[in-house]
Write a protein that binds this ligand. Structure first.
Ligand code: ATP
Length: 199
């Protein structure tokens, strides 16, 4: 499995559609200060489901949408597409090439898609969670992040290890199921109240 291409459009400093092609092995992105190197890494994290605006070096999620320059007006949406070579079947999906995309509209709307099919954030997270790519971004080491890992609380450190071991997916499912059970319990209590009233 390797990342084949990353296409950004309206994401941070990339107003026009721009495609990066990657080969297996090490890729270096070089450029002057402020030219957008870190924005490429942010785009990678974002399309894989990153939810933290701070992690993406912004104040709110809308900050990822191209805000305009002196010569170009702001755009209404950010769109990022990632194509992963899955010919070794590392991702649990029966496609040799997997395309993941994420779009955010300035009015707040948001869309995810896997191979062109609209899906939920959870679907993207679950697809990636056994692959070494994922929400906690243990494969993306940003500036200063090494310090964060070294200074992490035991609970945070456990989170990194759980993500790497693929446990986080099951923890998320458990949390979701517990929330459903809570809602169900509230319904049962309400039903019991109503039954009591009818008697
Ligand atoms: P350095 O080498 O200094 O770390 P870099 O090459 O990694 O820099 P980035 O931090 O990726 O650069 O890009 C910073 C640039 O992106 C700034 O010029 C900033 O104005 C621009 N930028 C960030 N968000 C947006 C946005 N929403 N709209 C337009 N431009 C943006």
């Amino acid at each position: 499995m390797h990342l084949k291409t990353l296409t950004v459009k309206g994401f941070k400093s990339f107003a026009r559609p721009t495609t990066f092609q990657f080969e297996p092995g090490v890729t270096c992105v070089v450029g002057p200060n402020g030219s957008g190197k870190s924005n490429v890494v942010d785009a990678l994290a974002w399309v894989m489901g990153e939810q933290g605006a701070k992690t993406l070096r912004g104040g709110k999620m809308e900050d990822v949408i191209f805000a305009g320059t002196a010569t170009t007006g702001p755009l209404g949406r950010a769109h990022v597409e990632l194509v992963i070579d899955n010919s070794d079947g590392a991702l649990p999906i029966e496609y040799a090439e997997v395309q993941i995309s994420r779009t955010l509209f300035r009015n707040g709307g948001s869309e995810y898609a896997i191979n062109g099919e609209s899906c939920r954030l959870l679907d993207v997270q679950e697809l990636l969670s056994d692959s070494g790519l994922g929400r906690e971004m243990h494969v993306i080491v940003g500036q200063g992040q090494l310090d964060n890992v070294l200074q992490a609380t035991p609970a945070d450190r456990r989170g990194y290890i759980e993500e790497a071991a693929g446990i986080l997916k099951h923890r998320r499912r458990k949390e979701k199921t517990l929330r459903k059970l809570d809602a169900m319990q509230a319904n049962v209590t309400r039903l019991q109240d109503l039954t009591g009233e009818i008697r």
